[in-house]
Design a protein around this ligand. Sequence first.
Ligand SMILES: [Zn+2]
Length: 293
Amino acid sequence: MRAALYLLLLSACAGTPKREPSSTTKKTDGPTAPLALTYLGVAGWQLESGDVTILVDPYFSRPNLDGEIKSDPAAVAARAPKKANLIVVGHSHVDHLLDAPAVALATGAQIMGSASTAKVATSAGVPADHVIPIQGGEDYQFDGYSVRVIPSLHSALDDKHFMQGQPITVLPPKTFDDYTDGGTFDYLVRVGGREILVTSTANFIERELVGVHPDVAIIAPGLREQVYDYTCRLMRVLDYPQVVYTTHFDDWRAAPTDEEPDADLEAFVDEVKRCSPATQVIIPKHFVRMSAP
Ligand SMILES: [Zn+2]
């Protein structure tokens, strides 16, 4: 089963762009601070604006996934920033959650995620006041930024329903199979006058995104061919964001290396261009800090 899951973890569009009446999401009058984005590999990101640093699914250890799995302190020390405000975790699979508790401890960040994510963080020693369990629908104000939690779905694994939403029951989780997804969330981060939609896997609940019109969208392409009209439907409901960064496209079992885009990633870029011609699509390189347009 593990081999099949690996394979499926590895790795759709029609319709004409149409402007819709304006958003229920209140936007500010434009950026008030520069935004820097750094791709950390797999579904990991570092977002920086002013003195706010938010991490998404930081996964630095890249362990051998057969047998017992542990966060690697040297990898965390090498890649985690000195300080961070918040870590958001999209779901509790190993390639999203493994290092998040250690990174929270190293940076002083709070960690936000499903009940499974919260339990794993607590069991790893993250203090309770630094753990924010979410159910979806929350919209929390922090000092200098806010985060709306958007219920979502995992990408289509194993005939589309493999362990969707199953909680983690082994604490602390030790093996690949212990890290069930625990429920999947997207996050709308508002900071420095921008709105950034962060997704961690290639699926979404369209009605949950109505009125969510981000400036920047971080979007996963893998297995989208199993989701109806994925790319155009997503661009349309997001009101055609100015910039899309691709995520979760590298080889999550190997060391982080910048490869030439494969055919599937290139096809995704073409789909975005077709569905949303004004959107700029950026395929990030690992650990390169980029300024948002
Ligand atoms: Zn996953």
